[in-house]
Ligand binder design. Structure first.
Ligand SMILES: [Zn+2]
Length: 264
């Protein structure tokens, strides 16, 4: 019996150590071999194989301050950002992400992963950092249940994150041309889970959301959007009513006008 207990404890300890140093528990591991720690006021970055292309990590305080000003919200909890080696896979850290190598915000854990594809991207990691930090900021300023509701309106979260990050998958004219040759239903803003979208579809959808937020800011001003965010994080279920109150027209009406502006 004693032997059996010793065996179970040894196995569990081995698993725990393995997950801590090599698996999904890595962010909580007290030591992170191969990762350089770069602390800032409200976040810690852990980065593997840093190069001059990653120097933006030293400007994190400024990025966080810009996020807070843009969204008119404050980071409530310290954020951990893990930036992975461009030549490895995110599967080790987040096996449930189907090997996605881009970036992800796990807001409940105050944790962001920047993956190998993001690091190799010609956009650089800045746009991915800004994108995920936008999600993190909005999620930190609401409850878990409301954050889940907000993710049902991914068009809004992704549109805001894309708009703020300045990360354009396609230019406006490229998007218009592509949307005419691709049979995509843009009548609904409700988004699929990004992990269930093909990458070409994700790029088109995210560009569409971004262009819509761009349209809102250009036509009505940033203050309207900030006002909308302020109330929306409190009542995500009432987003259509809130939208109409703040913008003075129904969401569908403004969406139609936006589509008209693209010639769709
Ligand atoms: Zn996103």
């Amino acid at each position: 019996m004693k032997k059996k207990i010793t065996y179970i404890v040894a196995t569990l300890t081995t698993c725990l150590l393995f997950y801590l140093f090599w698996g999904p528990l890595f962010p909580w591991s007290p030591i992170k071999p191969g990762f350089q720690k770069i602390p800032s006021t409200k976040a810690n970055v852990y980065i593997q194989n840093i190069t001059s292309a990653d120097s933006i990590v030293y400007e994190l305080d400024q990025i966080l301050a810009d996020e807070e000003i843009f969204h008119q919200l404050n980071y409530e909890d310290r954020v951990t950002i893990i930036i992975i080696d461009p030549k490895t896979s995110m599967k080790r850290f987040a096996p449930w992400l189907k090997g996605s190598g881009y970036s992800v915000s796990l807001s409940m854990l105050n944790l962001i992963y920047i993956g190998p594809i993001a690091r190799q991207s010609s956009f650089g990691i800045k746009t991915y950092l800004k994108h995920e930090l936008s999600h993190m900021l909005m999620d930190q300023n609401t409850s878990f249940g409301k954050a889940l509701k907000m993710h049902e309106q991914g068009w809004l979260l992704e549109g805001i994150a894309q708009y703020f990050s300045g990360h354009h998958f396609y230019s406006r004219s490229e998007f218009i041309a592509l949307s005419k040759t691709n049979q995509i239903n843009f009548s609904s803003l409700r988004e699929q889970n990004p992990l269930d979208m093909s990458f070409p579809n994700l790029k088109l959808n995210y560009t569409y959301y971004q262009l819509f937020v761009d349209y809102l800011v250009n036509r009505y001003g940033l203050e309207y959007l900030q006002n909308f965010i302020k109330f929306y994080i409190e009542e995500p279920d009432s987003y259509r009513e809130l939208f109409e109150t703040i913008y003075g027209s129904e969401l569908d009406t403004i969406l139609d006008a936006f589509k008209g502006s693209l010639g769709l």
